[in-house]
Design a protein around this ligand. Structure first.
Ligand SMILES: [Zn+2]
Length: 88
């Protein structure tokens, strides 16, 4: 599925702009993923600030999760944002 809107790409932990890969919490809808504001974290913070090495942070560590919320692992491209993987 695609993102239904363009999320903020500034890391909520360190403020750096995500230029490669990062994590974005989102709500799953019928037509795609609706990114949640303010939850974006860059890859470095996903590993170091949230504290897990080698795998995605738990969604609850990024944002208070509702039942339909998932965590997207994304890669930015020239065309926009690719969703690499998701974690519920
Ligand atoms: Zn960061």
């Amino acid at each position: 599925m695609e993102l239904v809107s363009t999320p903020a790409l500034d890391c909520s932990a360190c403020g750096d702009r995500i230029e490669d890969t990062g994590y974005i919490p989102a709500t799953e809808r019928d037509d795609g993923y609706e990114p949640l504001a303010d939850g974006t974290v860059c890859e470095a913070c996903g590993f170091s600030e949230i504290g897990l090495m080698g795998c995605a942070p738990e969604l609850e560590d990024v944002i208070d999760a509702g039942t339909d919320d998932i965590l997207l692992y994304v890669r930015t491209t020239d065309d926009g944002i690719d969703v690499v993987s998701t974690k519920r």
